[in-house]
Design a protein around this ligand. Structure first.
Ligand code: PEP
Ligand code: MN
Length: 369
């Protein structure tokens, strides 16, 4: 645990959905005039203000009397805006809406995200996206900027890859999530993406976290491979502090002494993060196990432990993949995974997130039904 100090003495003010800009400004003025800092962050349905500093001198009742204030809570955890202490209800994050979607990720639902590890060619991306869509995936993943351990490995197509991804996403009816590896690329990636991914290697790249927080798009935040749950949630807090609460956490395995798998899927991190934070939590079984034959069992475990969805790698020809072919699912594997999710969802009181399929019209229930 981080040691507590004056900056941990925070309060969270939740504004009611109808609160105006003036109502928010009045709360901010009331606390800044007493020497505290105020960080305003927008969630889907309401605005939340974190008050940091010597908040003991501010009476909860004083703030509660301001117009538009729904609730005032003292928060002791080191992360404030993403903490469940100040926001008891779990959040739903909506992704897309430009050319496809929006797609919800959150409680009561199970969301399947699939796509190639890396965008290699227009053809390969389209084939992978069609595989994903046919199996019922509602978001398309794919990397144009690849954070590779080796500088000699394929680094991604960059902007050309983003263009392919956006075109394929629009053609197959799926909003796209793609990684940004450099704070200087955030604006460029945001022109094409519906959701910005911050990968495990950048989970504590604080200037990148701040930059994605300012981009105005939902963020998918992977857990650092050697990061604690607290490190992860403090990373999310960096994003939230910039005004953006549309954050989805993703457990993708951590480094342990075990070498039989690529990483060790920390399954207990899922319910733990959900207890500590109101943000949705996904599991990436592809990067956890690093093996195709582990993706299905790890996905089943993810659903059983309460994950809000899974994100998986697919490839039409894994043997030729430029990145992570060993963990990429083939069409049949993906169908089996999707069938498994459909059968497990009701057992966990969840509804599989679906959008109107372009491939099977009428076969699925649209989002929002
Ligand atoms: C990815 O999703 O393509 C990726 C690189 O994941 P991670 O950051 O979890 O390794
Ligand atoms: Mn990968």
């Amino acid at each position: 645990m981080a040691r507590s100090g004056p900056r941990d003495a925070a309060m969270i003010v939740s504004m009611s959905p109808g609160a105006t800009k003036e109502d928010i400004a009045a709360v901010v003025t009331a606390v800044t005039s007493r020497g505290c800092e105020a960080f305003v962050s927008r969630g889907v349905s309401r605005t939340v203000i974190a008050l940091i500093g010597n908040t003991e001198q501010i009476a909860q009742t004083d703030l509660g009397a301001h117009r538009g204030v729904a609730q005032v809570v003292r928060v002791s955890s080191p992360y404030k805006l993403v903490s469940r202490e100040g926001h008891a209800e779990r959040s739903t994050v909506w992704v897309g809406g430009r050319s496809a979607g929006p797609v919800p990720i959150g409680p009561g639902r199970l969301t399947l995200i699939a796509g190639p590890c890396a965008v290699e060619t227009p053809q390969q991306t389209l084939e992978a996206a069609r595989m994903a869509r046919a199996a019922g995936a509602v978001l398309l993943r794919g990397g144009a900027f690849k954070p590779r351990t080796s500088p000699y490995a394929f680094q991604g197509l960059g902007e050309a890859g983003l263009k392919i991804l956006a075109e394929v996403g629009a053609e197959t009816g799926m909003p796209v999530v793609t990684e940004v590896v450099d704070a200087g690329d955030v604006e460029l990636v945001a022109q094409y993406a519906d959701m910005l991914q911050v990968g495990t290697r950048n989970a504590q790249n604080f200037s990148l976290l701040k930059a994605v927080g300012r981009a105005g798009l939902p963020v998918l935040l992977k857990r650092g491979m050697s990061g604690t749950i607290e490190d992860w949630l403090l990373g999310a807090e960096y994003v939230a502090q910039q005004g953006n609460l549309a954050i989805v956490l993703c457990e993708r395995g951590i480094r342990t002494f075990e070498s039989a798998t690529r990483n060790t899927l920390d399954i207990s991190a899922v319910p733990m993060a959900q207890r500590l934070s109101h943000l949705p939590v996904l599991v990436d079984p592809s990067h956890s196990g690093g093996r195709r034959d582990l993706v299905l069992p790890l996905s089943r475990a993810a659903v059983a432990v309460g994950a809000d969805g899974v994100i998986v790698d697919v490839h039409p020809r894994p043997a030729q993949a430029l990145c992570d072919g060993a963990q990429a699912l083939l069409q049949e594997d993906l169908r089996e995974l999707a069938d498994s999710l459909a059968r497990l969802a009701p057992l966990m009181n969840r509804v599989l997130t679906v959008t109107e399929s372009t491939e099977e019209p009428g076969a699925r229930v649209p989002v929002g039904a």
